[in-house]
Design a protein. Structure first.
Ligand SMILES: Nc1ncnc2c1ncn2[C@@H]1O[C@H](COP(=O)(O)OP(=O)(O)O)[C@@H](O)[C@H]1O
Ligand SMILES: [Mg+2]
Length: 231
């Protein structure tokens, strides 16, 4: 099977203006990610991780350079098209889950479909719940779940729109280490099915377990051996 590039950044830059100062949050970043790859993004605070995740997630636009999702260069798209690309390609997983606690697991999964005015297909919801090992907890209000199961629900919700790319910002930040590794195992399983997964993390053990690590420093990718991590 030929490896398909799902994401390609070329000389990607994002500058912010802060008063009279220009902040070079991303200062020329290049990478290629294939379908089914799982990548962690690590780096000190202020190195550009969130900026990069926001660009990949079509939440913000680059200052220059190009970023392609599949064959589409998203850097030249207007807001309306960017939203379409985001809905069709990207799933988001958050550290703080952002679930509705009084709604059941199943209802939390149905919400994005209701917002997108899409039909809810019970079989598809069930398949996703099986994928994340939550099929027995579908009718439980989220507030009664453990942290790990809340994050499984968050991941399941991100899968509802059938994304090609999953973006997770510190997805294990609120979980104990053992539970965090179980969540990572779930990401690994999803990537084996063809999903490209990006994880921004401070957790080096977790990062080392992913296929690739992108190290950011001062808005640039630096090359480092896996054994040579220091932050
Ligand atoms: N909206 C903004 N306006 C001005 N500067 C910003 C903005 N967002 C981020 N920055 C700056 O860009 C740099 C990278 O930030 P960020 O991407 O949040 O890094 P990280 O997620 O690695 O901590 C930092 O210097 C930060 O202060
Ligand atoms: Mg950040």
């Amino acid at each position: 099977m030929e490896d398909k590039v799902i994401l390609e950044a070329k000389n990607l830059k994002k500058y912010y203006r802060r008063g009279s100062e220009i902040v070079k949050a991303l200062n020329g970043v290049d990478f290629k990610i294939k379908e089914g790859e799982i990548v962690s993004i690590v780096g000190p605070s202020g190195s550009g991780k969130t900026t990069l995740m926001n660009l990949i997630g079509c939440l913000d636009r680059a200052t220059s350079g190009s970023l392609k999702i599949g064959s589409i260069n998203i850097t030249s798209l207007d807001e309306v098209d960017l939203v379409k690309i985001r809905r069709g390609n990207i799933g988001f997983v958050f550290q703080r889950f952002y679930l509705i606690p009084t709604l059941t697991v199943r209802e939390n999964l149905e919400l994005p479909l209701i917002f997108a005015k899409k039909k809810i297909i019970a079989k598809e919801i069930l398949d996703i719940l099986k994928e994340v090992r939550l099929e027995d907890k579908a009718e439980i209000p989220v507030k009664y779940l453990s942290g790990g199961d809340k994050q499984r629900t968050g991941i399941a919700r991100a899968l509802v729109n059938n994304p090609k790319i999953l973006i997770a910002d510190e997805p294990t930040g609120r979980l104990e280490a053992r539970v965090g590794m179980q969540i990572l195992e779930l990401f690994l399983r999803l990537s084996k099915k063809g999903l490209a997964v990006f994880i921004a993390t401070h957790d080096l053990e977790l990062a080392q377990a992913t296929q690739r690590i992108i190290h950011l420093q001062d808005g640039r990718i630096i090359t480092k051996e896996k054994s040579d991590l220091y932050y």
